[in-house]
Design a protein around this ligand. Sequence first.
Ligand SMILES: Nc1ncnc2c1ncn2[C@@H]1O[C@H](COP(=O)(O)OP(=O)(O)O)[C@@H](O)[C@H]1O
Ligand SMILES: [Mg+2]
Length: 353
Amino acid sequence: MSSLSIENVRKVYPGGTVAVRECSLDITHGEFLVLVGPSGCGKSTLLRMIAGLEDITDGTISIGDRVVNKIAPKDRDIAMVFQNYALYPHKTARANMEFALKLRRVPKDERRRRVMDAARILGIEELLDRRPGRMSGGQQQRVALGRALVREPAVFLFDEPLSNLDAKLRHQTRGELKELHRRVATTSIYVTHDQEEAMTLGDRVVVMKDGVIQQIGPPLEVYQNPSNRFVAAFIGAPAMNLLDGTVGEDGRTVQLDAGPAVAIDASLESGRRVTVGFRPQHLEMHDDGMPLTVRVCEPLGEETDVILETSKEVAITARLHLTRVPESGSTLNLRPRPESIHLFDADSGMRIS
Ligand SMILES: Nc1ncnc2c1ncn2[C@@H]1O[C@H](COP(=O)(O)OP(=O)(O)O)[C@@H](O)[C@H]1O
Ligand SMILES: [Mg+2]
């Protein structure tokens, strides 16, 4: 059953900015869906339209089987968690969490039960009588989550809820969110610009660019089969190497503009212009590899990120298992494993299957 449905939705702000060009999307019951893309691509706008905080220029949004385009935010059965927590500073955690329930005239016993349940799930029982000013960022974020949780909504909306936390706390809270979703299994839409957060949290990820959905799929599918050059570059770290070139006579090699030629695991029309993509993790030392000059080494422990240059001074990143860090200026012969190469049409940027 579809829990939320977005059909041909478009948003043009007064003044003419097209924030969401055209989006269609179905979210199944209990799914954790992540909207990911660079800053300004329209993620928050789409989320705010679902919440009812922005008018929809065109299209339809349904929650369950009810079209909500004209329904006030408070009547949509959603709860939203923002980046800046937006807690009432003069209310205790308990009062913050209870507030929306009071407005909805939920009886006192029921309010108390829901607040205690949420506090237990989030491990914030001891914070209930404290005001936000006396809590850390992580604690405030938990209270903000609790406030959404007590609503027991049909859908949770999260807009970059972890971006104000430091790296360690962000990582920890990410794990807790996942566990929370496993327990309550409420349909959730989560916005982030962080591809790692998207990959680790989402049942499916939706990659957006310039107000247009580029690809929808489970994280590993998007990682393994990016539908175009943008997705290929955006998902995965370090970013995929993407180099333009021309398919050779035999149809099985590509002569890169950057210098070397690479063997591909496909047979393409000779002379065709393509973009060859290979992840830093998929380069290996090989006698017939591309001769590349080491520029910078970043040892990470088990692995080392090596930034190299082709004869035409085009940068290529490799993540290698090395026992010794190579010297800057030395040459490594590297080749992308042919079966791991991604091919895109050089003009359209679309994946060649
Ligand atoms: N209230 C607004 N009025 C006009 N333009 C806006 C408004 N809010 C956002 N925008 C513009 O819409 C585009 C998408 O913004 P937003 O949805 O906030 O992107 P994201 O959340 O992906 O960073 C951007 O170009 C932004 O400048
Ligand atoms: Mg945003």
